[in-house]
Design a protein around this ligand. Structure first.
Ligand code: BG6
Length: 496
């Protein structure tokens, strides 16, 4: 068996990374710091160049210094002479002509060999003009022996139909093997660790099914509000922003069948099969299966947080959800009858992403219930962030002469166990794109399946004129969410 790309230690080939949306928030906060870190860890080839493209006029040096406070990407010896900025409209053919000249010049001066990665970090409206512009200048086709790749940020469409349309635009210019759809959660070490935990060990597999698992909770909780992204978020909401992508990706990795290998296609096939087995909500069951909410002003007197409708760029009568929770079912042999509760929200009391498998109670307890002090059901909690690690929760005898049982836990912490640092998600994914490894990127059929799951809920909410449920900032979401899970006698985890 050849070693799958995912697990090879490889060095990146010569290439130029072109970032569209170079003056934007994601470029400044994530992409440029990722390039800097890759350079610092000697992960970039000597023949590397970076080109920023955006409408805002800027000098090369301004672009190079736009992310790192007082430092600049140009401080990295490997990057000196290798950073350019092209300013121009995305629908102006001149922009791409100028870009093509810069790329040729960099091939000659930096030895980047005609290899190009085009990273779309623009608002979604710009995807089509940029792709058309690239194709118009022939940049979608690489020279013989070189590559031309397209990396696309989310949102990939705003429903199934628009995702199909976007695919049509993308595939008119690029073949699927050239396309790398980003979900940055897949770049997180702890998300990849779901694969290690499940498939590099034998002790978890036998209990990873309906015979042992009572239910699973997946939480992506954020303390931040929408900040300056109100304009974008108004059209997204929690369902499109987090559930359609991050939550469903984590769900797929956590519940899929073991792949035969970690080859990109083998792994992605299993994710798709799992997503296909998720029961699609119908209009009639949305009220039973899904809950939304919007945060209102809250917090403490010293730390009072604005309500969503008061945020910059947000309609004062907005009906956009900043919280979403769902109960999902997976109709396959392994998971029939097990409920999966997922939730995400902004302005919750803690930043926390985790997958928690709660196991069934023992069929018979030979201990009187009076002796069970605060005994929770057994659980395995995969902490994606923060405090990255895993907890196994179980009952243990309380020391002493009587026989009492209380919940205890065994902890694995990334920090304490490993000396190695986790790379940032974007660092990992940029490197994979340079290497041409699609394993941690989303295939078109995955995007499609994810939209099929969330579309009925989003449509139902859009047509529902009743007031949107609210929750105070810094609380755990609307009370409807407690009812959603409470109907089956279960409750959301609140331990952090
Ligand atoms: C992004 C969303 O995809 O993920 C943001 O658009 C969200 O709204 C972010 O804040 C969360 O990412 P992380 O890595 O901080 O959990």
């Amino acid at each position: 068996m050849t070693t799958p790309q995912l697990i090879q230690e490889r060095s990146a080939p010569p290439a130029t990374l072109v970032i569209f949306g170079a003056s934007g928030d994601l470029t400044r906060r994530k992409l440029l710091p990722a390039v800097e870190s890759l350079a610092r860890h000697n992960r970039l080839p000597a023949e590397f160049a970076l080109v920023g493209v955006a409408r805002t006029p800027m000098e090369d040096s301004q672009f190079a210094g736009s992310a790192l406070g007082t430092r600049s990407l140009l401080d990295k010896p490997q990057l000196q002479g290798g950073i350019r900025y092209v300013s121009g409209g995305y629908d102006n053919p001149e922009t791409y002509k100028q870009l093509a000249e810069v790329l040729d010049e960099l091939d000659a001066s930096r030895g980047t060999s005609g290899n190009r990665i085009f990273y779309l970090s623009t608002p979604a409206e710009a995807f089509q003009p940029v792709i058309n512009g690239l194709a118009g200048a022939g940049l979608n086709h690489a020279r013989e022996g070189s590559f031309s790749r397209l990396v696309i940020e989310k949102p990939y469409g705003k429903n199934l139909q628009t995702a199909h349309e976007l695919d049509g635009i993308v595939h008119a210019a690029f073949d699927e093997h050239q396309v790398f759809r980003i979900d940055h959660y897949l770049g997180k070490d702890t998300v990849q660790n779901v694969l290690a935990l499940r498939f590099a060990n034998s002790i978890f597999q036998p209990i990873w099914d309906r015979s042992w698992v009572d239910h699973v909770q997946i939480t992506v909780a954020e303390t931040l509000g929408v900040g300056t992204r109100g304009g974008f978020y108004e059209h997204a909401g929690a369902m499109r922003d987090i559930v359609q992508n991050h939550v469903l990706q984590v769900l797929a990795l956590s519940l899929m069948e073991p792949p035969a290998s970690f080859e990109a296609e083998s792994l992605r096939n299993e994710k798709v099969k799992l997503l296909q087995a998720v029961r699609l909500p119908t209009n009639r069951d949305v009220a039973d299966l899904a809950v939304r909410g919007q945060y209102t002003r809250g917090g403490t007197r010293d730390d009072l947080m604005a309500g969503y409708r008061e945020e910059q760029g947000v309609d004062p009568l907005s009906r956009t959800e900043t919280y979403a929770a769902m109960r999902l079912n997976v109709d396959n042999w392994r998971w029939a009858g097990v409920p999966f509760y997922v939730r995400t929200g902004k302005r919750l009391p803690a930043r926390l992403t985790e997958v928690a498998l709660q196991f069934q109670r023992p069929p018979h307890l030979p201990i009187p219930t009076t002796q069970l002090t605060d005994l929770e059901a057994d659980a395995l909690i995969l902490r994606i962030q923060p405090n990255e690690g895993i907890s196994l929760r179980f009952g243990a005898k309380v020391p002493g002469h009587s026989f009492r049982v209380r919940t205890a836990s065994m902890e694995f912490s990334y920090d304490q166990t490993f000396q190695e640092e986790s790379p940032e998600a974007y660092e990992r994914l940029l490197l994979d794109a340079l290497l041409g490894d699609p394993t941690l990127f989303i295939r078109t059929d995955e995007v499609e399946q994810c939209w099929r799951i969330v579309d009925p809920i989003i449509e139902n909410w859009a047509g529902d004129q009743s007031p949107i449920p609210t929750y105070e900032a810094a609380s755990w979401g609307p009370t409807d969410a407690d009812r959603l899970i409470g109907r089956s006698g279960r409750k959301w985890r609140t331990e952090v």
